[in-house]
Design a protein around this ligand. Structure first.
Ligand code: 3HC
Ligand code: NAI
Length: 698
């Protein structure tokens, strides 16, 4: 008998239970166990109907991703599903938690499905660079129609039980999965209800067979944001086979598409990213079993750009917030921005109509830092000056609850220094959110010298609770993300002095897959901030300075490195900028040369990787994959390229080190000299990934 799947009989009902923690993924053992138990239940004459359910926190969450890329082990999932679908006795999937990927495909092969009301059902394979490979693209359109199927398969987001019920994906919402499933089977047996095999039911495909635009319009809507990705398009094709081909042929074509994607570089990178994100939850050097401190209320200091967005993230997760400002006016403005933001989302149908009011009710606006007393976590998002931060943290000593975690959202300032202004440095750390904070998923958790392990675990845990992706980093200027970005920025600026244009540089970067190039990003953030800071520090950057002197501050003034038409954020190349650059170069006696796209790409990416190597060497990031997580979730690094460190491994570290050394010499720039770690790995023919493997083994 299987270790991970068992069959019990409750008089005429056979209960097949999968129990393979943590998420009941379909490993070879689980596939084999299901097959064995279903066969046994079919063979048992006392059993008249079968429930397939799961123990633990969730229904089957999909194929076992760790098996991809290894030689396949029998039984094949499709064979297990045929056995279920062909059963002469009704098989009912009883779902709780998440029925995802192969898990939902198992459920779709059952004759009926029931679920608890919190359950989520989805085919997220595209997010791993795959398409559903066990009939999902053929059975789901037959269950819910091609429109919703395209939405779920090409988009990859799950739906809730209520929507599943409305669209015929499940039959009933039940109280408990096993008991509800059992009651449902008894009803089927009593009613002698005919079995519903989705493979034989084309009724929901009829409309799209008659009018293919139903399908193509759904695909067009769902692939709008799929630039550069292979899987969403292949997944859409596979749904098309359900409409165009008989079931078995469609299944075969789906399988071909799946096998092609499993072997693709994109899917490998996306699977790597999946595990990198989970690896980042494991904090190096924290004793096993360290428990987070409870967080029932959060106080946020500052209701500006960041404080407001952070407050929204907590309220979105149902966590009450005290939002604190220095005056009524600032508070009112901050609260107004949040309300408007939520109302706009509700108007687009992104959240229910009553959500804005409900979420606003979770935010208690207050004037004065003395109001932090109830909070278990305080996040400071006030002005970016050390003196102000120190004053604020000094006061927190007096007003914050003992044991409250005290976090700063500073982008660059030294958290050790900030911690010194309190008597409780063990409670101080950084929680560096990214703008817009209610949207961007990354949260760099900055571990200072004295940060207590349980404070760190608290920050990581709460970040996940509000649907952020945490990455633990150490103290340095700009932490991981902005520190690497600064190297790219420096080269971008230099390239203008050598003859490249902003639009040329940006085009190379966006073609690579980043959402924006450095100059469009500068225009978005505002060029005046850097200009002022340069003036304060007596630093010059002739082209950027000339732009600002001409009143070109970026999007907010309608022109910067680009020009913008009224009401539009689309950057348009501006001949005036070209002229201004030419004049500046002439004035400085610089000669222009033709800069190739290849050089631009190398000089945008390799210096960042070089900085990443330094970050690893200094222990600012514990693993190369943590750096990748920062870039994937904080800067829109294309997921199909895994992250900068992963990508560097695919390019080859020797090549990167050689090119950096070349540019260091060619452009007389010692900052481009390859970092010692990069040089060593290159010389040894190793990858960044080898470091992670080595540290795991140690
Ligand atoms: N295979 C192998 N391991 C998996 C897994 C899977 N499908 N899903 C999750 N895990 C592991 C995680 O790596 C993690 O391991 P760790 O504790 O050692 O780090 C552990 O399970 C718990 O995962 P999470 O930390 O993500 O737990 P959550 O409770 O936050 O989330 C979840 C649970 C929603 C199920 C989430 O893990 C998830 O989204 N999993 C992936 C689902 C998925 O993509 N399924 C499709 C797979 S492809 C497929 O099915 C192909 C088929 O069509 C043939
Ligand atoms: P902001 O200027 O929009 O907001 C700061 C707010 O803090 C203002 O509303 C101000 O009234 C308030 N404030 C000042 N002193 C206060 C005090 N003692 N108590 C309570 N409120 C006080 O600034 P922004 O952009 O929100 O930045 C805040 C922090 O977040 C800074 O440290 C910044 O470096 C960091 N950050 C900013 C990012 C961005 O893109 N804007 C990104 C990530 C971090």
């Amino acid at each position: 008998m299987s270790e991970v799947v068992k069959l019990e009989r409750h008089d005429e009902v056979g209960i097949v239970t999968v129990n393979s923690p943590p998420v009941n993924a379909l490993s070879a053992a689980v596939r084999g166990g299901i097959l064995e138990c279903i066969k046994a239940a079919i063979a048992d004459p006392a059993i008249k109907g079968i429930v397939l359910t799961c123990a633990g926190r969730t229904f089957i969450a999909g194929a076992d991703i760790t098996e991809f890329g290894k030689p396949p082990k029998p039984p094949a999932l499709n064979d297990v599903l045929s056995e279920i679908e062909n059963s002469p006795k009704p098989v009912v999937a009883a779902i709780h938690g998440t029925a995802l990927g192969g898990g939902l495909e198992v459920a779709l092969a059952c004759h009926f499905r029931v679920a608890v009301k919190e359950a989520k059902l989805g085919l997220p394979e595209v997010k791993l660079g795959l398409l559903p490979g066990a009939g999902g693209t053929q059975r789901l359109p037959r269950a819910v129609g091609p429109e919703l199927a395209v939405k779920m398969i090409v988009g990859g987001d799950p739906i809730g039980a209520a929507e599943a019920l409305k669209n015929g994906l499940i039959e009933e919402i039940v109280e408990g999965p096993a008991s509800g499933g059992e009651a449902f089977v008894r009803k089927l047996i009593a009613e002698k209800r005919p079995l519903r095999r989705l493979r034989d039911d084309d009724s929901k495909l009829a409309a799209a067979k008659a009018d293919r635009s139903i399908f193509t319009n759904a695909v067009a809507a769902m692939t709008k944001k799929s630039r550069g990705l292979e899987a969403p398009f292949a997944a859409a094709d596979a749904v098309g086979y359900a409409i165009d081909l008989p079931f078995d042929e469609g299944l075969k074509k789906e399988r071909e598409g799946f096998l092609k994607l499993v072997a693709s570089d994109q899917s490998k990178a996306q699977r790597y990213a999946f595990f990198a994100e989970r690896e980042a939850n494991k904090i190096a050097g924290v004793p096993d079993g360290t428990k987070p401190r409870p967080v029932n209320r959060v106080a946020i200091l500052g209701a500006g750009t960041m404080g407001g967005g952070i407050a929204m993230s907590f309220a979105n997760a149902g966590i009450p917030v005290t939002l604190i400002e220095t005056g009524e006016e600032q508070l009112k403005r901050g609260m107004g921005v949040m309300q408007k933001n939520w109302e706009a989302t509700a108007a687009r149908g992104g959240i229910p109509a009553d959500a804005p009011a409900k979420r606003m009710a979770l935010i208690d606006g207050k004037v004065g830092i003395e109001n932090v007393g109830d909070a278990d976590l305080v996040i400071e998002a006030v002005f970016e000056t050390m003196a102000v931060k120190k004053e604020v943290f000094g006061k927190l000593d007096q007003y914050a609850k003992p044991g409250a975690v005290l976090a700063s959202n500073t982008s660059y300032l030294n958290i050790d220094e900030i911690a010194k202004s309190t008597k409780r440095p063990q409670d101080v750390l950084g929680m560096h959110f990214f703008s817009p904070a209610n949207v961007m998923k990354l949260c760099e958790i900055v571990r200072a010298d004295k940060t207590a392990p349980d404070a760190l675990v608290t920050a990581v845990t709460i970040a996940r609770k509000i649907a952020k992706v945490p990455a633990v980093v150490g103290v340095c200027d700009g932490f991981v993300g902005n520190r690497m970005l600064a190297q790219r920025g420096k080269q971008a600026e230099k390239l203008l002095f050598e003859g490249a244009l902003p639009q040329q540089v940006d085009a190379v970067v966006t073609k690579f897959g980043m959402p924006m190039g450095p100059f469009a990003m500068g225009d978005l953030a505002g060029l005046d901030i850097g200009w002022r800071s340069r003036k304060d520090r007596g630093i010059k950057s002739e082209i950027a300075d000339a732009l600002c002197e001409a009143g070109r501050f970026g999007q907010k003034t309608g022109k910067g490195y680009y020009k913008y038409e009224a009401g539009s954020r689309a950057p348009l190349p501006d001949p005036e900028v070209e002229k201004l650059i030419d004049e500046t170069l002439l004035r400085l006696g610089r000669k222009k040369r033709v800069v190739s796209d290849e050089e631009i790409l190398e000089r945008m990416m390799y210096p960042m990787i070089n900085e990443g190597a330094k970050i690893l060497e200094e222990g600012i990031a514990a693993r190369p994959s943590d750096i990748d997580v920062v870039w994937l979730y904080g800067y829109g690094w294309p997921i199909y390229r895994g992250g900068p460190m992963y990508w560097a491994d695919t390019v080859g570290l020797k090549h990167i080190a050689d090119r950096l050394a070349f540019y260091a010499k060619e452009t007389n720039d010692p900052s481009l000299e390859p970092a010692p770690l990069l040089k060593r790995l290159a010389a040894e023919g190793k990858t960044f990934a080898s470091l992670a493997a080595a540290s795991k083994a140690a």
